[in-house]
Design a protein around this ligand. Structure first.
Ligand SMILES: *Cc1c(COP(=O)(O)O)cnc(C)c1O
Length: 386
């Protein structure tokens, strides 16, 4: 055990949302207004998101998981269908496939980008394949031109799991502005939060109407007092309190993204030539064009260290630095093993899931904080090298 340095400094979590005073006051106004569930704030949040996404229809939901599940339902995915996705994601990505009665088909990641390897998708397509769910891990999009070329060729729907990619771009166009159905999450760890929440970007008004039905019990109102229920919907609407938080964050999104990019650059500078990289610590792709830098994830060269990942994270914590794991390979969870998945099937995702550590990255951090994290990572690696 090395002597912790910097432990007198305040604890640095790996993530912390930034919510301004105007938003906090705005939430109090909503609470006093007499209308606290889905209402005018939600409509304003949807309008702001729609404008952000080039005018496409947007509907909000109470989580990013709900948006994905309803995205699948709108795309007509159900029992008997296969959906191709990545095993390197939050388990929600594939749980929603099971939830609609379809079968998840995993395709390994490209170890460099940590995203689904587009070149392996076509080998996984069968006559039952109905849709693709790409994930833009840490905000780095896949090659969107190639993705949609594959989707078009095999007539597949795409439900983009862009939970982490609000503010990311492809060839200068925002994620959400292009493509088929796009799903965002506003969980507090994401670049923009509504406490909990999500949004679905849709292709046309018919899909938007269907999204609204799935969101609230399949209900359509008509005339002065008419009501019908013609699809089986659930209860996934976003409260106005949550919508007010999200709305209050929208004007800051460009600044948030710029700050995150600057912090990511500081990480690359801080690691350059250091012990960590020398020992084989893996860094993310240095993409400063497309990524919104939702996370800064390193991979540990565990075969060259005398400590486990958990112990590495403990040592960071002893230095006052929080970290996270995003994510263990989905197919190795018990629920998925029970469906026949096992070790060795997706080696890149398994290796990434077992060795990745998410370092602190949030808008209120400073370049000094980043330098402190880099120093700690270098010290721990050097002290624990085999
Ligand atoms: C956060 C996240 C989700 C789920 O979003 P929730 O709002 O937590 O339900 C899905 N996929 C990915 C990749 C995520 O990061």
């Amino acid at each position: 055990m090395t002597q912790p340095t910097d432990s007198s400094l305040p604890f640095l979590p790996f993530v912390r949302p930034e919510i301004d005073e105007a938003t906090i006051a705005g939430v109090a106004d909503v609470l006093r207004s007499g209308w606290i569930t889905t209402g005018p704030q939600n409509a304003a949040f949807e309008a702001a998101l729609s404008e952000f996404c080039g005018g496409r229809p947007v509907r909000t939901f109470n989580s990013g998981t709900a948006t994905l599940e309803i995205g699948l339902r709108i795309a007509g995915v159900g029992p008997g269908d296969e959906v191709i996705t990545t095993p390197a994601s939050w388990v929600a990505t594939s749980n929603v496939i099971l939830e609609v009665g379809a079968t998840p088909v995993f395709v390994d990641i490209d170890p460099r980008t940590r995203n689904i390897d587009l070149e392996r998708i076509e080998a996984a397509v069968t006559p039952r394949t109905k849709a693709l769910i790409p994930v833009y891990l840490a905000g780095l999009p896949v090659d969107m031109d190639r993705l949609y070329e594959i989707a078009r060729r095999h007539k597949l729907r795409v439900i983009e799991d862009a939970a982490q990619a609000l503010g990311s771009t492809w060839h200068g166009e925002r994620i959400g502005k292009l493509g088929d159905i796009v799903s965002f999450s506003f969980h507090p760890n994401k670049n923009l939060t509504s406490i909990e929440g999500g949004a679905l970007v849709l292709n046309n008004e018919d899909e938007a109407v269907l999204a609204q039905k799935y969101r609230l019990q399949g209900i359509t109102r008509s005339g002065l007092d008419g009501m019908d229920c013609d699809v089986l919907g659930g209860k996934y609407n976003l409260t106005d309190v949550a919508a007010r938080v999200g709305l209050g964050q929208m004007p800051h999104l460009a600044r948030f993204t710029a700050l995150r990019k600057a912090l990511a650059r500081a990480y690359f500078a801080g690691f350059e030539g250091g012990a960590a990289v020398r020992l084989g610590v893996g860094l993310p792709v240095a993409d400063f064009e497309n990524s919104n830098w939702h996370m800064f994830q390193i991979t540990l060269p565990l075969e060259r260290l005398s400590i486990s990942r958990g112990e590495f994270m403990e040592q960071l914590k002893a230095r006052g630095i929080g970290s996270g794991v995003h994510y263990p390979a989905i197919h190795l969870f018990t629920l998925y093993r029970a469906r026949g998945f096992k070790e060795g099937m997706f080696p890149h995702a398994e290796r990434f899931g077992a060795s990745t550590v998410t370092l602190p990255l949030f808008t209120q951090m400073t370049a000094d904080d980043v330098a402190r994290v880099c120093r700690a990572v270098n010290e721990i690696c050097e002290a624990c090298a085999k």
